[in-house]
Design a protein around this ligand. Structure first.
Ligand code: PGA
Length: 251
């Protein structure tokens, strides 16, 4: 059975003081007794303080990106060992903003995945089509290729360290959400593609999150879909009340 997860991607928001404040508010308002793992991804510079502040809670901390090399002359980059050394065990890879604005390709994402797994990290791997691709009915193809190029070189046992986030690019930060039916349709397709290469059990066990303008008022319907195991939340993760309401919407 796949685990329910709600992850907050803070993107380039919140300085050190603001990070401490928002984390404090989230901790205070966390619903209890929910079968859901909560993950928060603040900026790199605030990861260490976030890990410390959340030490005695069930909330996990993730990085928003990572470099594929072990180390070396890569000015401005962050390695897997830098992350694990401050207690960060999860990394988001392949977010559409990284693909779109920072030229990340399926090829270098595959290398990043390998490096993360080598360091025993868990990967939240993002996939999703552009509006144009959906309009041209290329959305299934696009997502299948992103999956194949980024993850299909893995061994079956590696999949236990992978979480997927389906984020249609046209729904990110736009206020436009995929309908629950569109999300379900794509999530079921993703499981089918994985099952063909890695077997039914692997496909059923992987958590597939939906991302793209998830808000308190649409979360319940999206999360109630059979193949949706929670969400990757951007804008709404910057408000404790909204983020907590979204966590509460998990069945
Ligand atoms: P959004 O972002 O919730 O603001 O649409 C989602 C994401 O980019 O992960």
């Amino acid at each position: 059975m796949s685990l329910n997860i709600v992850a907050g991607n803070w993107k380039m928001n919140k300085n050190a003081a603001e990070t401490a404040q928002l984390l404090g508010e989230i901790v205070n308002q966390m619903p209890s007794g929910k079968e859901v793992e909560v993950i928060i991804a603040p900026s790199f510079v605030n990861l260490s303080q976030a890990v410390q502040q959340l030490e005695h809670t069930n909330i996990q901390v993730a990085a928003q990106n990572m470099h594929q090399a072990e180390g070396g002359a890569y000015t401005g980059e962050i390695s897997a060992s830098m992350l694990t050394s401050v207690g960060v065990q999860t990394v988001i890879l392949g977010h559409s903003e990284r693909r779109q604005y920072f030229g990340e390709t399926d090829g270098n994402l595959a290398n990043k995945v390998d490096t993360a797994l080598k360091h025993n990290m868990r990967v939240i791997f993002c996939i999703g089509e552009l509006l144009e691709q959906r309009q041209n009915k290329q959305h299934f193809n696009t997502v299948e290729y992103q999956l194949r190029d980024g993850l299909f070189h893995l061994q079956k046992q590696d999949w236990q360290h992978i979480v997927l986030a389906y984020e249609p690019v046209w729904a990110i930060g736009t206020g436009e959400t995929a309908t629950a039916a569109q999300a379900q349709e794509m999530h079921a397709f993703i499981r089918e593609v994985i099952a063909k290469s890695f077997g039914e059990a692997t496909a059923q066990n992987v958590s597939i999150l939906y991302g793209g303008s998830v808000k308190p008022d649409n979360a319940k319907e999206i999360f109630s879909q059979k193949d949706v195991n929670g969400g990757l939340i951007g804008g709404a993760a910057l408000s404790a009340a909204d983020f907590v309401a979204i966590i509460d919407a998990v069945e």
